[in-house]
Design a protein around this ligand. Sequence first.
Ligand code: NDP
Ligand code: GUE
Length: 362
Amino acid sequence: MPSMVFGECSTSTASRLFPMSLRKDAAILVRRLSLPRRSRASMVPLSSKTLAVGAAAPTSPPPSVAIEACAKVIDGKYIAKQIRDEISAEVSRMKEVIGVVPGLAVILVGDRKDSATYVRNKKKACESVGINSFEVHLPTDSKEEDVLKFISGFNDDPSVHGILVQLPLPSHMNEQSILNAVTIEKDVDGFHPLNIGRLAMRGREPLFVPCTPKGCIELLHRYGVGIKGKRAVVIGRSNIVGMPAALLLQREDATISIVHSRTQNPEEITREADIIIAAVGQANMVRGTWIKPGAVIIDVGINPVEDPKSSRGYKLVGDVCYEEACKVASAITPVPGGVGPMTIAMLLSNTLTSAKRAHNFQ
Ligand SMILES: NC(=O)C1=CN([C@@H]2O[C@H](COP(=O)(O)OP(=O)(O)OC[C@H]3O[C@@H](n4cnc5c(N)ncnc54)[C@H](OP(=O)(O)O)[C@@H]3O)[C@@H](O)[C@H]2O)C=CC1
Ligand SMILES: Nc1nc(=O)c2c([nH]1)NC[C@@H]1CN(c3ccc(C(=O)N[C@@H](CCC(=O)O)C(=O)O)cc3)C=[N+]21
């Protein structure tokens, strides 16, 4: 588990009881304080009206009672379940028609608890849709050649259609040469430089798009959030999330800014955004004041913070201060239950795509 922080983000009563008049340019959802945050309605994709990012102010005068504006919850857990159901049906059809079952191989090196949990979750998810999973668990002090040997075996195994090497690898291993060794046809993580290169080029198509950024875009699509012509800010520029997320958004015709650790005045840049994707790894870094009213927020961050009330002793929070953000944004993903489940759903989707491609099955 990565190091734990005590990051709490609190809001003053003044910002919680926000009068509509202060939020002129937002078309936001307003609910009374007594309404539950995650009502049934939060599971229904937003209409274009509720998500008119940057739309004109309501013309009626501000209500005199104190109200709490509450962003729509973008329910990744719910959408991921829908996607798994779709995949499950396709896996059954493929098995019935051509007798092939897609297979995913996962290689885990070392004994990081969080990595072990993710790998376990991936295995469960495979089982839930009928995809075969193969798992290799190597000790931390394994040699790079040992990992390469398994990759080579899976590359040659026709029952394996996707290969995932769980990151991070132990520091003595060269991540680049290991990721390069995965054959591009089975690179369901989309981390091979050829896949990333194609993602960056106009008129080229990668064989696979990295799962987390793909999951973020899928959430925007399924909730009817327009991307074309919008201003999007991606916070973070890692190879696995931030950078491919920015590439995907620009392929969808958004205008992109990327904020990273050397960016000056990140809050000013972020405040310009209609869509924010935060992938930083800093608990609650993005505060309410960083957000343009009505913006849509995709919070990728998974950060453990100490929580004596939880049986595990910690809870997971995102990179965005949810409490503050949901009063300013029009829609937001929760942590947990937002992007995380979508990452796994996209991995299953990429594995199915790979198996279909290998067997020329439409
Ligand atoms: N939900 C999911 O499915 C997934 C969640 N995650 C989570 O997403 C988060 C990011 O993961 P990942 O991309 O792998 O992380 P990395 O550590 O690889 O990258 C973090 C990025 O954030 C930038 N950054 C760090 N601190 C700041 C700061 N104070 N201000 C602005 N930018 C900053 C870094 O900038 P620089 O480049 O300058 O160093 C870097 O580009 C983590 O919490 C991780 O657990 C990751 C993968 C999947
Ligand atoms: N080769 C590789 N590919 C990855 O895609 C990859 C990786 N390495 N290394 C680590 C990161 C992280 N990651 C997550 C996946 C799912 C959840 C997830 O399902 N999270 C749940 C919570 C899980 C919990 O409660 O612990 C949620 O957000 O609701 C989180 C994080 C994939 N990653």
